[in-house]
Ligand binder design. Sequence first.
Ligand SMILES: Nc1ncnc2c1ncn2[C@@H]1O[C@H](COP(=O)(O)OP(=O)(O)OP(=O)(O)O)[C@@H](O)[C@H]1O
Ligand SMILES: [Mg+2]
Length: 1045
Amino acid sequence: MEGSSSMLDAEAVADLVLLDPLTEESLVQTLQERFRRRDIYTYIGNVVISVNPYQSLPIYTPEKVEEYRNCSFFAVKPHIYAIADDAYRSLRDRDRDQCILITGESGAGKTEASKLVMSYVAAVSSKGEEVNKVKEQLLQSNPVLEAFGNAKTVRNDNSSRFGKYMDIEFDFKGEPLGGVISNYLLEKSRIVRHVKGERNFHIFYQLLAGASPQLLQQLKLRQDCGHYGYLDREGSSLPGMDDAANFHAMQDAMRIIGFSPAEVTELLQVTAVVLKLGNVQLSSSFQASGMEACSISEPQELHEICELIGLEPGMLERALCSRTVKARDETVLTTLTVPQGYYGRDALAKNIYSRLFDWLVKRINASIQVKSDKQRKVMGVLDIYGFEIFQDNGFEQFIINYCNEKLQQIFILMTLKEEQEEYVREGIQWTPVEFFDNSIICNLIENNTTGILAMLDEECLRPGVVNEDTFLTKLNQLLATHKHYESKETQNARRVTDASLPPRCFRIHHYAGKVTYNVTGFIEKNNDLLFRDLSQAMWAAQHALLRSLFPEGDPQKVSLKLPPTAGFQFKSSVAMLMKNLYSKNPNYIRCIKPNDTKSAMVFTPELVLAQVRYLGLLENVRVRRAGYAFRQLYGPFLQRYKMLNAQTWPRWDRGDREGTEVLLAGLEFPAEELAFGHTKIFIRSPRTLFDLERRRQERVAELATLIQKMFRGWRCRTQYQLMRKSQILISAWFRGHRQKNRYKQMKRSALILQAYARGWKARKTYRKYFRSSASTCLANFIYRRLVQKYLVGLAKNLPPLSVTDRTWPPAPYRFLDNTNQELKNIFYHWKCKKYRDQLSASRRAQLQARLCASELFKDKKTLYPKSLQQPFRGEYLGLKQNPKYQKLHAVAKDKLVMADSVRKVNRASGKTVPRLLLLTTEHLVLADPKAAQPKTVLSLSDIRGVSVTRFSDGFLALHLKEVSTVGAKGDFLLVSDHLIELVTRLYQTVEATTGQALPLHITDRFSTRFPKGDVSITVVESPKASTNGPVCKKKGSNKMEVLVY
Ligand SMILES: Nc1ncnc2c1ncn2[C@@H]1O[C@H](COP(=O)(O)OP(=O)(O)OP(=O)(O)O)[C@@H](O)[C@H]1O
Ligand SMILES: [Mg+2]
């Protein structure tokens, strides 16, 4: 594996515990070699050393996160992610609160490291809308705090000018719930003054570069940095830092955290006020009394400030230029000199800004704090300024170095001292390792009575003349013999000549080196006083945020008690931090700065050696090597690993220690890897522990499979048993049901058999009393009786004899239905026959003609219904009576069928002429009415067919066969008033004579054969025809139109 092979690479071991030989040089060399290979992380056990590469390396990708997620610490290359993962897992799985202490010089990469830890934890913890929101808020607190709390210094372009400790809180599943941020000692002197080549806090430059013209106008600011006294008048912009973009990022971050737009505006207004305060200029003037006084020389800026914060300008001017002094019951207004005035102005600016920063942290906390009171686990990340040694060190450096001294103390206590003490306590064989315990230095600074801070406070509170000289004298008196304290005076007493220690200075031998502090400004900075007039003026402003920053300005709450000093406040917050850190499991990231020029991949061994020394890395390695990497009480240890041995799993009834021994004996680790203390088991190398942990994980997986297997088996078994029970129940019911049915059937059959048998027996017994055919006889008798009754009833109730009446009584019994129907038919036929028999011959012929007419015309010609009223008289001319027609009568003799007058249509003109028509059983005769002479005599066999129209008219065409004698004359067109009768009789007669049916066409269009050729006749319905009969019109030579009404 890559990780483990590089771990053992002799030239560049990944864990310095494996370094051989162990000297300062070899240690630095190893770091240098690793750095050359771009391996910036190195371990000492579980402490990570990080060397700032000053260039972005491709080792923070999401793939890397995946690689380190749940990895085994020593199986992969050293990385900050590995320690973050270890801490996070320990928090999540072992329920131990964690803290990650990141230390190192300014520019060594502490802030970057803290961000990497946070982003790693965010990446590996679970996801979800709510959780993501929390993570995002926690991560976004960085750009906001960096804007307000970071600045460019000569050592670091993005130097944190405040200490930060952030508790990230998780629930039992390891999901982030929220967090709490604590801030320590903002370097507020930077507001009013900074060294050449450095900058003020980023926010000022960001605001001027990134704000829109409207926002600048609203804040009454100008974009030009050079305009502002507090900003660097030369190089305001930094290469590689886009202030405008950062401003927008900061605004976005504020929105994500939950700042309202109004809050952001207020925040920026107060920031603008600080910036503008630097431009308030004072000038000296003389009062009437001849005393020097100061006044505002350029009131414009002051007026703008007052407009921004809603304050009467006179009040601010008064507060800046004069001071109210209370002497007994009197208040006296004294004027200030110009330097005093500037001092007050700067103090105000510093106070506003530092209080604003505190407010900002509180506001962020309000958003990210955990709302529920679920049980929480905590991971603290401490990113605090590193040890500082400058040419000229003041109060701030003193405080910062004190804090680092305390952190070193924690480190010593937790890793070196405590560890060694524990070995002794536990009775482990142990050769003590020499290390420097810095509690003497901590005590020198923080001791409640003789500590430097306590004496400084005493000087500040003491009445009478107080200045730094009296303070230094006091120190010299009290600490004259202290090993870690030096000053010109103590040196003189010891007759030491040292030109490097000037007067008005004292020197402390810190664990990390000797630092000379200049006492100038100690008293003032420790007092951190703001003239009451100024705080009252601020409280009087209408600006809600600004006002809330100065609660002591409320005249109602005037307190004569002095506020706690800066030193005192810092000491107590450091004490609280220490308490907090002690309660957690520490993880260390030791940052090292490889060069002073911020250059990529440049390694200055001397510089690194100095840091290696003061970080105590060598001692760290020594103790690590000599000691044990892991220890735990027997109880929890056994509980955690007991599954690794069949004897201790699943239950161990004897003592925990004995159990642990049995357990580890089974695992066959080398004897030197383990030590059994009085209450704890000690494991020497992390690798053994990881091996143990790996085996546990494998075993847990096995056990989980076993539990799953057992559970699945149990579930299937129960399921099966349930199904089986159900199946048995169902089949029992089914069988019962089937048997019951079978039984019922058998019972029914038995009963039938019984009935038959009994019947048979009974019949046998009773046969002697009854004739065997008695029942048939009886049945026949009943049947006959019913039939008789029916017939007699029918005879009495016969329906009327009218042929149109078809009623018939229904059959009284179903078995008589067919008979009844048959009788009904017979009766009807009989009735009809009777009717027919009584008809006369002529009536019969007439009815036959009617029947024939109906068959020919019904529903085919409109004239038919009208003809029903007219009786078929046949003889309309009175041939017998009228002597005029005697000749015709002779022609017809007794063969006459019909005689009528018709009109014949002239085939050439279409006009009609009257004719007499006689139909005999053999001929059809057309005669002239005047002469009563036959004009045309047609044999019936010559008639080929007849055509009539569909309408209510008497038009007919008589088609003749061509072969006949009269055929040459062509077809006849006739109009008759008795058309129906005429055609019917013609039809009947032709049928009777020739034995063939006469073709009859009822149509609107037909063709006729005339001597001059064929003419097609079209029948058209038209009112022009009127009732007189059809009107024929010749249309051209071969078309004729017949208009009918
Ligand atoms: N892991 C890293 N990879 C790349 N560059 C880094 C890394 N760590 C630090 N740097 C670079 O070093 C610069 C300084 O780092 P950082 O601000 O974290 O220092 P610091 O220790 O917090 O200093 P200070 O005490 O002044 O706040 C960063 O701005 C960045 O450019
Ligand atoms: Mg920093």
